[in-house]
Design a protein around this ligand. Structure first.
Ligand code: MSP
Length: 501
């Protein structure tokens, strides 16, 4: 086992409330962190998330409400903190880019890069997308519209500061070739490689003149300019672990990150700008940057303007935290896009949760109560061949999950859950084939004992291995199936009646 595990999520913009897309990355990161801590028993796991609070987007949103950007951010950050609490996200640290520890680190980075000549001053003339805060070349643009958001571009001309990406392009190409785990999944690695081989990078404009945008971190060597929000935000991953001020903590522990989870929308920043920034600073690169897919609504992007944004809290209220977590992790293999709909949640709920897991737990608890007065029968050795197959499969689950979401793997949550459900289904089938009521009638007590002990054993194991994915459910299973007695509660997942209208 590696000596430590440092996992990060993107820092979310506070200009709008969090939606299901943001919650997806945090639920995935939380699942990996819990898996490492609780199932692999890793005692040094550090899980970081936070908020991105500078830049035009936030300034604009604050202006609309007649608040200062900081007042606005202070209000909005609560929505993120509350949501993570609500979703059982177990982060160790939450960083805001307006905190002094971050601002100091950004200024130090700028200072180092400026002094070593990797940041220089130049005049910028060209096209700029204000909402996306991105510069575009004439050659990249059609009809003066932003290639990303399709909104009108502005023509600007101003003095700015640039970071020498160009200088490091061939180094990065080679690095990616030599480190197959750096960008995942494979398709994303290929995408970045193709991009770098076909395009000559431009140096990155990392400043904004204060007259145009004042809400940002001032450049230490040019107080008339603030830092471009992306250059500022990426640095959070190292400022949060005290890279310059706490040598011990940093050196011996957290950096480099082991896994940086992002959505595919911000791959370029994390797989091109970020590694070059780190390399220029003489720091190690994260072991893996993993870009997952997008949740869409009826194959359409979720956006405020389309009015189709889904609030995770509404889903949690309606279906429960663990149902929501289960759905996101199970329905789509990590890395691919998915369509989000309540119809699909309901389907999964009724089949996987009510019919399979809920039913197995409930019928087992019932039988322990009915046949053994609530005392869990203890069996040392399973003789029945079918039982042995199920036990073996169940005991191999942890291993199987490790090959899916363990260190350096493909973080395939969906396949892990499929594996767990295979065992649940085998156990349910075993109940139907064994017909325990007949064993009871024929007074085959030993067989009945073995049969029920097997079910209890499987459920305990399932409860354990689903704990990273569904922490609350795991707890509830543990409470209901004690070491020696059962304490049956209401069914965990009562069926949802589908309204035919
Ligand atoms: N602030 C930047 C990131 C800076 S990281 C140093 C940013 N913020 S964001 O609020 O727009 O969040 C982007 C991230 O939210 C995506 O990378 C992804 O993790 C998540 N998602 C946002 N919408 C999503 C979907 N529709 N589906 C899945 N995840 C998406 O970009």
């Amino acid at each position: 086992m590696a000596d430590k595990f440092y996992i990060t999520t993107p820092l979310y913009y506070v200009n709008a409330s969090p939606h299901i897309g943001h919650s997806y990355t945090n639920i995935a990161a939380d699942t990996v962190a819990r898996f490492m801590r609780n199932l692999l028993g890793h005692d040094k796991v550090w899980f970081l998330t936070g908020t991105d609070e500078h830049g035009q987007k936030i300034q604009k949103a604050a202006d609309l409400l007649k608040l200062s950007p900081k007042e606005f951010a202070d209000k909005m950050v609560l929505k993120f903190e509350d949501l993570w609490k609500e979703l059982n996200i177990s982060q160790d640290d939450f960083i805001r880019t307006t905190e002094p520890r971050h601002i100091k680190t950004v200024q130090k980075v700028l200072d180092i890069l400026y002094k070593q000549g990797d940041i220089y001053e130049d005049k910028y003339e060209g096209l700029y997308c204000t909402p996306c805060e991105t510069f575009w070349l004439e050659s990249q643009v059609e009809n003066q519209l932003c290639p990303d958001c399709k909104r009108q571009l502005d023509k600007i001309s101003e003095k700015n500061y640039f970071f020498k990406l160009t200088k490091y392009q061939s180094w990065l190409i080679q690095y990616i070739k030599d480190h197959a785990d750096f960008i995942k999944p494979r398709t994303r690695q290929e995408e970045v490689e193709r991009f770098l081989e076909l395009n000559k990078l431009n140096d990155l404009c990392i400043s904004r003149p204060k007259e145009r945008l004042s809400w940002g971190i001032p450049l230490p060597f040019a107080p008339g300019h603030v830092t471009y929000v992306w250059f500022d935000a990426l640095i959070n991953y190292i400022s949060a672990v005290g890279i310059f001020n706490d040598q011990d903590k940093y050196q011996s522990k957290w950096w480099p990150a082991d896994l940086q989870l992002i959505g595919k929308d911000i791959l370029r920043q994390h797989a091109v700008y970020w590694p070059i920034m780190l390399h220029a600073l003489g720091l190690e690169l994260p072991k893996t940057v993993f870009a997952h897919g997008w949740w869409m609504i009826n194959d359409d992007k979720m956006s405020k303007s389309r009015g189709n944004v889904i609030n995770p809290l509404d889903m949690v209220k309606k279906y429960g935290i663990d149902v929501y977590r289960y759905f996101l992790l199970r329905d789509v293999p990590f890395g691919l896009d998915g369509n989000f709909s309540e119809e699909s949640i309901t389907k999964r709920y009724n089949s996987d949760l009510a019919n399979d897991l809920g039913n197995l737990l409930y019928r087992t608890l019932n039988m322990v109560e009915k046949y053994f007065a609530g005392k869990v029968p203890q069996v040392i050795e399973f003789r029945n061949p079918q039982a042995r197959i199920i036990i073996e499969k169940s005991e191999r689950l942890l291993n199987k999950i490790e090959t899916n979401i363990g260190l350096g793997q493909d973080y395939n949550f969906s396949a892990s859950l499929e594996g767990i459900w295979e065992v649940i289904n085998l156990a349910n089938k075993y109940v139907e084939e064994t017909k325990p009521w007949n064993l009871a009638k024929e007074e085959k007590t030993d067989e009945l004992k073995e049969f029920i002990a097997l079910l209890v054993n499987v459920i305990r194991n399932v409860g354990q291995v689903i704990s990273p994915f569904m922490p609350q459910t795991a707890l509830s299973i543990e409470e209901q199936i004690g070491k020696s007695e059962v304490k049956k509660d209401l069914p965990l997942f009562p069926r949802i009646e589908i309204n035919k209208e």
